[in-house]
Design a binder for this molecule. Structure first.
Ligand code: H2U
Ligand code: ZN
Length: 345
């Protein structure tokens, strides 16, 4: 019998983090009798008096939101990182090792509309979200080494409020995962004198099978090494270090590919598709980061329906990530669904 990656167990390498994932395509027909998430409650009003993100409402710290009409950014009232926290030497006693850190956390409201998720927004409004992401990276990056822009969407992902919003957490250190991406991309460039994710995109564009959306400036694909069932990797077609470096044309084109790709997510199970997404650009200190390529990750937990999710438990927690559905089949399903939102059918 000859090894066939479409049928036989194998491991795939993630060159961006130097991690491995087990793929078990032969298990695809495994029966499921586990938990079903309760969905529903998807029809929200356009304004909610009890929402702490809606315009003019009062937040936990007693402040009122302005009557904003576009995007709105404020400092997280429960910030995980503080700019005023003391610095100094690390505290080290044998195995007990702690390092002081500083930073800042902000909340980014995408629009005044309580009910309008990214895929349902007009490209023009979505471009404003892109602009605010870029602006936060530029602004917070002047004082911090890393600015993590992200969105938690859906209660399944622990999102506390359906009002569409993201966050930016800035820190004076490189967090764990960006640190690994930094090392892998740097090593690749030292060895080959080219950029890891630019070279990866060349190979994916030759093969086409994992590409879900492509336009003038961007490609959305299911990476070969994906660990979440319908994971996306979003890449610019040119070499770009950070969000603020994007031209206005590239920002509109980014809004367009985001809209189409996220509509495909929603259409997959005809539900507002939950995920955690976030941007990885070059660190924002003075170093040379020519080996970096800007990209975004989308990690959605849903697997089989609006109520059946993948859990990263057992083998994943104790050994390594594992999946049954191959990234190729996931890409195929995303390619096959409509790019017109199901609510507009
Ligand atoms: P999620 O994106 O995970 O739902 O988090 C929303 C953030 O909003 C969360 O970090 C903050 C929480 O600390 N928040 C405020 O800053 N003010 C509030 O009045 C409530 C929640
Ligand atoms: Zn709201």
């Amino acid at each position: 019998m000859r090894f066939d990656p479409e049928a036989h167990p194998h491991r795939r390498h993630n060159p961006l983090t130097d991690a491995w994932a087990l793929v078990s395509p032969h298990r695809n027909q495994r029966p499921w009798q586990g938990q079903r998430e309760v969905t529903g409650g998807e029809n929200h009003p356009s304004y909610d008096t009890h929402c702490y993100l809606c315009p003019t409402n009062t937040r936990a710290n007693g402040e009122s939101n302005p009557p904003y009409t576009g995007t709105f950014v404020f400092t997280n009232d429960y910030a995980a990182l503080l700019s005023t926290s003391p610095g100094g030497e690390s505290a080290e006693q044998g195995f007990l090792h702690a390092e002081p850190v500083q930073g800042e956390c902000r909340v980014i409201c995408f629009s005044p509309r309580h009910d309008l998720t990214l895929p349902e927004m007009e490209v023009e409004q979505l471009t404003k979200v892109v602009d605010v992401w870029a602006e936060q990276v530029r602004e917070l990056g002047t004082q911090n080494r890393w600015v993590q822009v992200f969105e938690n969407k859906g209660a399944v992902m622990g999102c506390s409020n359906p009002h569409p919003h993201g966050q930016a957490w800035a820190s004076n250190f490189l967090p764990e995962l960006p640190f690994r991406e930094e090392e892998c991309q740097r090593r690749y460039t030292e060895k080959r004198d080219s950029v890891l994710l630019c070279d990866y995109l060349i190979q994916e564009r030759e093969r086409q099978e994992r590409i879900v959306e492509e336009n003038a400036h961007w490609v959305m694909l299911v990476p070969y090494w994906a660990i979440w069932p319908f994971e996306y990797l979003l890449l610019p077609k040119r070499h770009v270090l950070r969000l603020p470096d994007l031209s206005s044309e590239e920002r509109v084109s980014l809004a367009e590919i985001l809209k189409r790709s996220l509509i495909r997510y929603d259409n997959l199970f005809e539900t507002s598709f939950p995920y955690s997404m976030g941007w990885h650009g070059a660190p924002t200190d003075e170093g040379n980061y020519a080996h970096w390529q800007l990209h975004a990750h989308f990690y959605p937990p849903l697997l089989r329906s609006a109520s059946v999710r993948k859990f990263m438990v057992g083998y994943e927690m104790l050994a390594e990530s594992q999946r049954d559905l191959t990234p190729e089949l996931a890409a195929k399903r995303l390619q096959e669904v409509s790019a017109v939102h199901y609510k507009a059918w």
